[in-house]
Each structure stands twice: as C-alpha cells, then as structure tokens.
Design a protein around this ligand. Structure first.
Ligand SMILES: [Zn+2]
Ligand SMILES: [Zn+2]
Length: 246
C-alpha cells in the first residue's frame, strides 16, 4: 500500500525516465495518476496488477500526460476487464481523451467495460475520489492549458502532486502540511517551475519532504537538488521511475 512514481520525465523522456505518472495503491484498488507512455508496461514492471485499477486521473490534456490512454484501455479490454473504470480530470482534458479514443472506435470494441467520465470543476479543493482508504482533492494551477494538481490522502500519510505548473500560491495551499510534496521541476519556462521554485512552494506549504519530477532529459540530479535546497531546508530527492513516495 502506498504511493509510487511510475515515471518522472517531462515531455522529453530519456533512457532512464518515462513520462511523469504516479500510482496510488490502496486496499480497495489502484488509482493511476496520468496516462502518458505505456501505463500497462510500467504497472506490470512494478508488480502491480492492472486489473486492480479503479480509476484514472488526468491532470491536463498534454500528450505526455494522456497519450497512453487508448493503449491502456485496449489492454484492459483484452484482459477481459468487466468492472466500471472512472476517468477524472478537467473537462478540457476529458474531451481530448474521448476524441483520442474515438479515433480508435473504442465504442465498437465488443464487450467493452463501462467508463464513468468525471469532469472536475476548476475550483479549489474539488473532490475527485473518496473511499475508506483514499481521498483525492484537486485544485487548478497555472499552466498553458486548464490543469489540476492533486492532494492525495492515504492511511500512510498525505502527499501532493503539482502536475505541470508555474510556482503558485494555489499549490502551496493545496499541499499545506503534507508529508511529501511531489513537484514538477522542468526548469525556468513559462508554465513550468525551476527547482528553486519547487523548493519555495515546499517551504511555503510546510511540506516535510520534496521530490522533484517532470524532469528535463539527462538532468543533473545533484545540481537540481542543490538548487531546490536554496529555498527549502527539508530533505529533497530527485524522483526516479519506480520510486516509493509514501
Ligand atoms: Zn508535462
Ligand atoms: Zn503540460
């Protein structure tokens, strides 16, 4: 049980990192956060049974966050999944996801399992999911398209995931007091965050630890950590694919 990093790269993967993604493992099943690349391959590589997936959260519509959705759904269909699967995210992202699936005529796949589309309003602390084991809250952040960050509450502790964003007060608020802040650190580009910006948000939030993700190709991890430490005194780690976050 816990929270794992499935991938840690930004829009340009390298030989060690695939597109950013996380998986929540709770007693009542798995929740996938982002669906870039090949989620089935990555779940199986980590020894997680994809048939335990209950839902998928898509933070926004960019290809590094949802391009793997058709392959994932096709794989689950071929594995004869029958249970309903929910897919949540900004309406804008869900529209693109449906258009992508329509390209593959997924509605004609015989015996396809039901999908519950859950558009999440662009308002602070919007409830995405609540079960006895996990609670997910979303908040809009600052990116080039509508994007939602997530607060992830589990029996093991509480984490927050920034998705793609500039450093913003909404993210500091969403991650107040978390045990671990998983923040993007793409670099100093519009709509993204440099490592010292991620450190600043961790400090403002009072996060206990910081993990940097959505990393540029061949990132110099030590340099990225040193830059985040300029603004955050707590432990800083560079994320890696397969890492346990909580
Ligand atoms: Zn991205
Ligand atoms: Zn993006």
């Amino acid at each position: 049980m816990g929270l794992w990093l499935l991938g840690t790269s930004g829009a340009v993967p390298d030989g060690r990192r695939d597109y950013v993604g996380l998986v929540v493992e709770a007693a009542d099943g798995l929740i996938l956060i982002e669906a870039g690349g090949s989620p089935l391959h990555r779940l199986r590589r980590m020894g997680l049974d994809p048939m335990r997936l209950r839902g998928i959260f898509l933070s926004h519509r960019h290809p590094d966050h949802l391009s793997g959705l058709p392959g994932l759904l096709m794989g689950l269909w071929l594995l004869r999944r029958a249970d309903l699967l929910w897919i949540a995210g900004p309406e804008d992202a869900l529209e693109r996801a449906r258009a992508l699936l329509d390209l593959f005529e997924w509605r004609s796949w015989a015996g396809m399992f039901p999908v519950d589309w859950r558009p999440i309003p662009p308002e602070p602390d919007s409830l995405v999911e609540a079960s006895g084991f996990v609670r997910l809250l979303a908040t809009p952040v600052v990116h080039s398209v509508p994007t939602l960050a997530l607060r992830i509450e589990l029996p093991e502790g509480t984490a927050a995931y920034s998705a793609d964003t500039e450093p913003c007060p909404a993210m500091a608020r969403l991650s107040r007091g978390v045990e671990v802040l998983i923040h993007e650190a793409t670099g100093a580009y519009p709509g993204h965050t440099p490592p010292e910006g991620a450190g600043r948000i961790a400090r403002e939030a009072g996060a206990r630890r910081l993990i940097l993700v959505h990393l540029p190709p061949e990132v110099d991890g030590e340099a990225w950590i040193a830059r985040a430490r300029e603004t955050f005194e707590g432990p800083v780690e560079i994320g890696w694919d397969g890492m346990r976050a909580l």
